[in-house]
Design a protein around this ligand. Sequence first.
Ligand code: SAM
Length: 362
Amino acid sequence: MWLLRRPGLLRGICCRSAACQLRKSLSSALEELETKSEAKLQKQVCQVVLNHFEKQYSKELGEAWNSVRKVLTTPQCWQYAVLLNPFRFSSEVENDLLSKGYRLLFPESSSCFRQSFKCYITSAPGRFPAQKHRAGRLKEYYLLNAASILAVLALDVESGEKVLDMCAAPGGKSVATLQYAWPGLLQSNEYDNLRSNWLRNTLESFIPESLMNLVIISQLDGRQIGNLQPERFDKVLVDAPCSNDRSWLFSSDTQQATVRLAQRKELSAVQIQLLRSAIKALRPGGSLVYSTCTLSKAENSEVVTHILNTCSNVLPVDISALATSASKEFTLASDVQQHELLILPEMGRAWGPMYISKLKKC
Ligand SMILES: C[S@@+](CC[C@H](N)C(=O)[O-])C[C@H]1O[C@@H](n2cnc3c(N)ncnc32)[C@H](O)[C@@H]1O
C-alpha cells in the first residue's frame, strides 16, 4: 500500500470519512493496477528466470525478497529519474518536472558537487517522455535508474582527475560523471562494437564538442586495460556486465534465458578479471567503484570479498556516509559492510537493484 504511505496525498483531508473514502479509492486503483500488472506478468515474465530468482533471493534476502519481487515483476510501477544536462539547461524542462511533482535528489548536498548537477525524481511510477536524437542539438536530459547516480557519487571524481569508465555503454554513468565534476580525462570504454556506437551517440548527444577533448572513447576488453595502461588513472568505475535482474526477468526467449542462467556462474570470473585489471590501471592511492544491477551475492559481495582476500594492495573504503544520505530516498539492505551498498527496489522507491562497493589501491 505504498500510495497510502505518502503523507502528501492525505494532507488537507481533515474529515475522517473523506480520508476513508480516499483510502478506498486509492486501494481499488492499486488493486486494478495489480490486476493489470499480473495479466501483463503472465504474458511477459520469464517463468524459468523467476523460479531461479525465487529460490536464490528468498534465501539471500529473506523477507525483503517479497517486496523486491513485486517491483521487479510489475513494470507498471517502475520509476525513472531525470538527470538534467547542464550543457543544455532548459528552465522549461525543470519547471515541467516541478509541476509534475518531481523533486531534486540530494538537494542538501548540492554544494558537495557542481551546482549544475541536478537529478530529479518522483515517487510516482512512469517515465518522463524521452527525447529523440536531433543532429547538432544536445539533449536536455537523460532518463535513468536513480540508483545509477549513487555509483557516480561513490566514485566522487575531483576536478582534473583521470577517470576510466571501464564498461561504459550505453553511457549513463559517463554522462553523469562529466556533470558531477571536470575530470582531466575521461576514458569511456566499451568492448562490444554495437554498444560502443551507442556509447558514442550518447556522449555526443549530451556533451558539447568543446568538452569532448576531455573524453576518449575506447573499444578494449576491460580485462586488458590494466596491462595496457598501468597506473594511469585516479579513479576507475567498473560497472560490470552482470545478470541484470530486471531485464533477465523479461527475457522473451525461454531457451536463451535457460542458457544464460547456466552461464551465470561464469559471470563472477569475468567480474573478478575486470576488477584485477582496474586495480592495475589505478595509480597507488587511487580508488575504484564496482557496481552491478543484480541482487546476486555471487556477483556482488562475494566478488569483492575475493578481491580483498587475494589482492594485498587493496583496501575497502567506508561509504556509510553516502548510505546515510541515500537512505532518505532509497531502500538499502542492512546486512552489508561499510564499503558496500545494496539498493533494493520497493514500491514508490523502485530504484535498483544495484550493488555498489568502493575500494582503494594502496
Ligand atoms: C552494466 S553495462 C554498463 C552500463 C553503463 N555503465 C551505463 O551506466 O550506461 C555493462 C557493459 O559492459 C560491457 N562489457 C562486457 N564485457 C566487457 C569487457 N570485457 N570489457 C569492457 N566492457 C565489457 C557490456 O557490453 C555492457 O555494455
